[in-house]
Write a protein that binds this ligand. Structure first.
Ligand SMILES: [Fe+2]
Length: 239
């Protein structure tokens, strides 16, 4: 049978309730401060936004499965290093050296960053898609003409044997260069600043283009978001 609470017991119960109310926000803060995990960034458009250049099925698979897998594997590789998981992904990747750093970080850290940059640098197709004047002139100055740049970039992307990326980047002296990288390596791992990357892994185009990488590249030019590229250039050169 329940005994009536004494005055002392009632005070204790009231104090405990007050204490819990006081501690609850702290518990919420503690939960919020749990070790960081890399997460899939929100796609800035619908899966079918890049049609017909890049089809919706490829976009969904590429983003939800391939990109997510890089993130999951990166978090797994850093399971015991919460301090590294709290770094912005570009900072983590900048510190990696292919052949010297753990392969899991190069592959999955690079994979996460490269795909994040890839989504950001695409938009709905435009006919005669070119950068605005100032970036267009800078590219033309570096590669003779904008069309010559496009031709050289395309050749680099086609020539990337196996899986990898083609890039427009800034070298250590902030000169515009075109290069390719193997698998998920990033120009950041070579002290270069990536401005525009093209994914030439088969998973990026096989559903629609099968083995026709050249057709995929030709269509990709119509969906390059040159405003993103110009913003990256401005940020990199204003430091
Ligand atoms: Fe990819």
């Amino acid at each position: 049978m329940n005994q009536p609470l004494t005055r002392r017991q009632m005070l204790r119960t009231a104090c405990a309730a007050t204490a819990f109310v006081g501690i609850a926000p702290r518990l919420t803060r503690l939960r919020a401060a749990e070790p960081a995990q890399y997460e899939l960034p929100k796609l800035p458009y619908a899966f079918d936004a890049l049609e017909p250049a890049i089809d919706a099925a490829t976009m969904q698979l590429h983003y939800e499965k391939h990109h997510q897998a890089y993130i999951d594997n990166l978090n797994k590789a850093l399971a015991d290093q919460p301090d590294l998981r709290s770094l912005p992904i570009a900072e983590l990747v900048r510190g990696l050296v292919p052949g010297k750093s753990p392969a899991a970080l190069v592959n999955h850290g690079g994979g996460h960053l490269n795909h994040t940059m890839f989504w950001e640098s695409l938009r709905a197709p435009r006919a005669d898609n070119r950068p605005e004047k100032s970036l267009s002139e800078l590219i033309a100055r570096a590669f003779k003409t904008f069309d010559a740049f496009r031709e050289q970039f395309t050749k680099t992307a086609l020539g990337r044997f196996g899986s990898g990326w083609a890039w427009l980047a800034l070298d250590e002296r902030q000169k515009l260069i075109i290069r390719d990288t193997l698998n998920q390596e990033s120009p950041l791992m070579f002290a270069q600043q990536p401005l525009l990357g093209l994914d030439v892994w088969e998973h990026a185009y096989y559903l629609k283009y099968q083995n026709r990488r050249a057709d995929y590249i030709a269509a990709w030019w119509s969906v390059v978001n040159w405003e993103t590229v110009a913003a990256r250039f401005d940020k990199a050169t204003s430091k």
